[in-house]
Design a binder for this molecule. Sequence first.
Ligand code: AMP
Length: 417
Amino acid sequence: MTTRKAGTRKTTPRRATSKGADEVPTAPAVPEASPDADLGAPSFASLGLLPELVHAVDAAGYPAPTPIQVQAIPLCIRGRDVMGLAQTGTGKTAAFTLPIIHRLHGGPRRTRALILTPTRELCQQVEASFRKYGRFSGLGVAPVFGGVSYEPQEEALRAGVDVIVATPGRLIDHMEKRNCSLDELEILVLDEADRMLDMGFAPQINRIVNGIPPYRQTLLFSATMPPEVEALARKYLRRPIVVQVGRRSQAAHTVRHAVYPVPGHRKTALLVALLRSHEMDSTLVFTRTKHGADRVVRALHEEGMEATAMHADKTQSQRNAALEAFRRGDIKVLVATDIAQRGLDISGISHVINYDVPGQAEDYVHRIGRTGRAAQTGDAFTFMAPDEIAMVRTIERVLGQPIERVSMPGFDFGTTA
Ligand code: AMP
């Protein structure tokens, strides 16, 4: 339980310089930010987690904690506010789920932790993590997200849960209906904070945070740190320690990137050719629009290829079914729009294809976070039409490195972009 005073939530977060909290430059509390820094490869047990949790991660088959877990878990266990700069695929969900279960274990049954997420998919993924790692603990977890009926959520909340994992809008509905009480909340997590702000959730977050106790631990995770997220952290976190994996906006290094220059009208043909010529077991294709996604799926069907679209026009059960089929390997190609790009936890993706160049460099990093996940490799191909050259250059600037150009005979538009 954190017992700290409110009213001093104005501290500027201390920032790690490059790789991790042990490099936090100015903090007097530096030693506590460098667990096992010099002890070689740390294990889950050495991070101070309950034996039951160590057993749970063993059962999940994780050989060792990832860098974000090494840095964040001991701080979270100690009740510190933490700002985690980590993109999806780094193990960041377990980095906050494990210490929360550790802290809540054996306590009274009331809602003590709230995790806010931008999308339903991420909400379900975080809930699944609580269930996976917390099987022994008997903690009650309720997922709360829109697009589905209220009643089951109402019932779960009214029965009393220890942890709520929620998207902001639907949680506010339940708060207004007094289906849940957050009066005794001890831990708040803002997951994928940059994406929540992108999606316009700032007013809802504000409203929710105003309704929960100021005496709490707050954890914020974000793939990027634009000024808006820093402002959010200044407002809600108290003397946070910044932990960071890799360089800001750095793409997962296991991913091989390539850009295919191709005229816009030849993109579908190139996609078909690539799907046929490569060993592409499971491929996530991103398009800019819903219609684009549907068009690509139709075109692939015409070529006799299995593919499913995933976007905001699909109902929740259609999205779940698509994801399940993709996960089982029944569907090899999932075509998704931006809305679906976060919160998908699909291990074993072999390829990500940006059918359209993402409009923002940060989105490129998030998208390719779908592949090249922990200990895997994956390829990220981007189709670049002549009018997308400038966007690719911007992405390369943010990545700090050029992306290899690969031309497919018959498809290149003959430019050196
Ligand atoms: P996340 O960054 O939370 O989206 O997690 C990415 C993936 O890594 C998930 O599929 C996790 O199950 C997996 N994962 C989390 N921690 C570890 C670990 N220590 N070792 C291997 N895989 C992990």
